[in-house]
Ligand binder design. Sequence first.
Ligand code: DC
Length: 251
Amino acid sequence: MTKSELLSSSTDNESLTTARYPVICIDGPSGAGKGTVAWRLAQSLGYQLLDSGALYRIVGLKAFEAGLLTANSEEVIDEAALLKLTQSLNISFELNDDSGRVDIIVNGERVGEQVRNETVGGYASRVAVFAEVRQSLLELQQNMAKYCGLVADGRDMGTVVFPDAEVKVFLTASAEARAERRVNQLEKSGQAADYQAILQTIKARDERDENRSTAPSKPASDALVLDSSALGADVVYEQIKSYCQQQGICF
Ligand code: DC
């Protein structure tokens, strides 16, 4: 990708500062397969990958460690302190070819896999309802498209963070299909899994993410909506790849 491919239709100073490379948004609920397809697209295009859920997971985990969230109550103890904590975090990502995910580096330290568990997913969803928290993570996300093409995985990539993205996909699946996938994943890694408990947790998180007042999880009006409930990962990837090609992305 060369600088001349940057999307800037004019040469005034403002558009130069806001110029960016192509962006592919993959939004949708947890477990719909966004992470896998986003990773494969980023790998084959040589794009950066923004795992925006990881940003909210880090904030949720740090808020829990700081005593701003408790395991048993929905309440956030001190919103001003939560915002201060969010602003104090210096977060970056590195593609990790071995794990097929991005490594997250926070204030110079690599964060372990604990950030990926369902408990931390719940903390993330709870801190993500705060408009100020979202606002303070906005620039970091938008800056990631300034130096390289970007695949952005999240809930509000196409609606809020990159409203003029070249490609917007909303990848969804029924809560039941997502719960089944999670059970299979856990069982494969030798862990016990309770389908009903997982289903309830998924539904509760969907409900919060879809109904918050700021940047609720929903398809952008110009997004391709794809239901992966009955589709394998390869079919999902091929369908999204071909949609990207239709929208002018060259593989
Ligand atoms: O995609 P994930 O499961 O890692 O996301 C964890 C939570 O973070 C999700 O339940 C809601 C929140 N989130 C968000 O509000 N906006 C995003 N762009 C990404 C995630």
